[in-house]
Design a protein around this ligand. Structure first.
Ligand SMILES: NC(=O)CCC(=O)C(=O)O
Length: 264
């Protein structure tokens, strides 16, 4: 299976409209891949909180339509990263979209863990509450967005729902890049799954982005990792290795659920 991770740079000097067109061109160049993945909030920037209200779109808005067409034109499964969704009741969500190679929307995932503690996304956006998996002919994807990477129970939930390839679409700061690489490998090892984690490049809202998108196999080996700048990370991987890894080293079968709490 061939995947292309588009580590697009989010530059405040480029308009959202221009970046959407540029993303579509980058996707067009990936014809021949099976799966293309974009990062979190690449139209506006994951830390550009002051722009969230103005750049919010309905689920089926400009980002949706341009990405649907880009998937169909390139004939690829497309995880289009996320955008700021304004729901019918006015609530904002950090929403990822997946399209089929025919340009049909296959899934929408609203980020479950919002980042920012008492500010930013955490107070400006609603939280999703549904795990999302997407069955491709070669593998089943489990969807996660950025800060979700820190919550292993969410990934275990995706694996329990059938996920074999975990997608992490992110806008991760350079300051915490060591966590990014470590957590991507940890999620792959503990879930005996591929992890395809794509981050943005560039600096926006004063936050330098990490880049270093990464693909990890079910044994925890790094198959490929990008540098800091804008880049397309292309990899080929064998989805059947998830089943063989889980058969040959069946740690997932040794889980002990429902343990008694400590006696006081
Ligand atoms: N956009 C995000 O979710 C950022 C997450 C982050 O910076 C971190 O977990 O560290």
């Amino acid at each position: 299976m061939r995947a292309s991770l588009i580590q697009i740079a989010v530059d405040p000097d480029e308009s959202v409209k221009a970046r959407r067109q540029r993303a579509a061109s980058l996707i067009a160049a990936q014809r021949g891949a099976d799966l293309v993945v974009l990062p979190e909030l690449w139209p506006v920037g994951a830390f550009a909180y002051t722009a969230f209200e103005d750049e919010a779109e309905p689920l089926q808005g400009p980002t949706h339509d341009i990405m649907a067409k880009a998937a169909a034109d390139a004939g690829v499964w497309l995880h289009a990263g996320s955008f700021v969704e304004r729901a019918a009741d006015g609530t904002l969500y950090n929403t990822s979209l997946v399209f089929t190679p025919e340009g049909e929307r296959a899934a929408a995932y609203r980020k479950i863990h919002r980042f920012g503690f008492d500010k930013g996304e955490a107070v400006m956006m609603g939280a999703g509450d549904e795990l999302v998996t997407v069955a491709l002919p070669q593998t089943t994807l489990g969807l996660a967005t950025c800060y979700d990477l820190r919550f292993p129970e969410m990934f275990r939930g995706l694996v329990d729902a059938g996920a074999e390839t975990l997608i992490v679409s992110a806008g991760w700061p350079e300051r915490r890049r060591a966590h990014w690489t470590l957590l991507a490998q940890a999620r792959a090892v503990e879930n005996q799954s591929y992890v395809l984690a794509v981050a943005t490049a560039g600096t926006h809202a004063g936050v330098e982005q990490s880049g270093h998108s990464i693909v990890v196999d079910p044994w925890g080996e790094v198959l490929a990792q990008a540098g800091a700048g804008e880049e397309v990370l292309a990899v080929e991987f064998d989805p059947a290795r998830v089943a063989t890894t889980r058969e040959q080293f069946p740690a997932l079968k040794d889980r002990r659920l429902g343990l008694a709490p400590p006696r006081l």
